[in-house]
Ligand binder design. Structure first.
Ligand code: MN
Length: 154
């Protein structure tokens, strides 16, 4: 940030990947993160004037976010590609420019289609609880729902 407080990051696609030089890229492929083929970029970090963060998540074809739940909410805008999101026991198709609101306390997981990247902006409060991941008992219960049993990954 310069002394005026103005920050501009120019968009620069890097091959298939959406990038904003100057914004760090976190890769989520590490084992134990329970997501696959996913990156995260904090395009608007929280600051004293705006206690919220906008993150850009991007999954390569077949990639997916962690299956999780938490009390904080997500306001999501799909920016590219298509795929699906599982929210609270139902699966919804998602396409570029759709919006998705994820309320408190529900299981959710975003997945890119097998033939498409999926990129989305996700707004969160900067003060938020940590996501919880499913226990074996949670998975057993989730998998009793035929609408999602073959969709969720953990
Ligand atoms: Mn979440």
């Amino acid at each position: 940030m310069n002394k005026t407080g103005i920050v501009i990051h120019r968009f620069a696609q890097d091959g298939e990947a959406f990038r904003w030089p100057g914004v760090d890229v976190k890769h989520y492929n590490a084992s134990g993160t329970q997501s696959q083929g996913m990156t995260k970029q904090i395009v608007f970090p929280a600051d004293a004037h705006l206690p919220a963060e906008v993150r850009y998540f991007e999954a390569e074809p077949g990639g997916y976010s962690a299956l999780e739940r938490h009390q904080h909410v997500h306001a999501v805008l799909i920016l590219r590609g298509h795929g699906s999101v599982m929210i609270d026991g139902a699966v919804h198709e998602i396409n570029a420019f759709d919006t998705v609101y994820i309320p408190p306390g529900v299981w959710h997981q975003f997945s890119a289609a097998a033939d498409s990247w999926l990129g989305f902006l996700c707004l969160v409060n900067c003060e938020r609880d940590r996501p919880s991941r499913p226990t074996e008992a949670d998975i057993e219960e989730l998998r009793r729902n035929p609408a999602i049993r073959d969709v969720i990954r953990w």
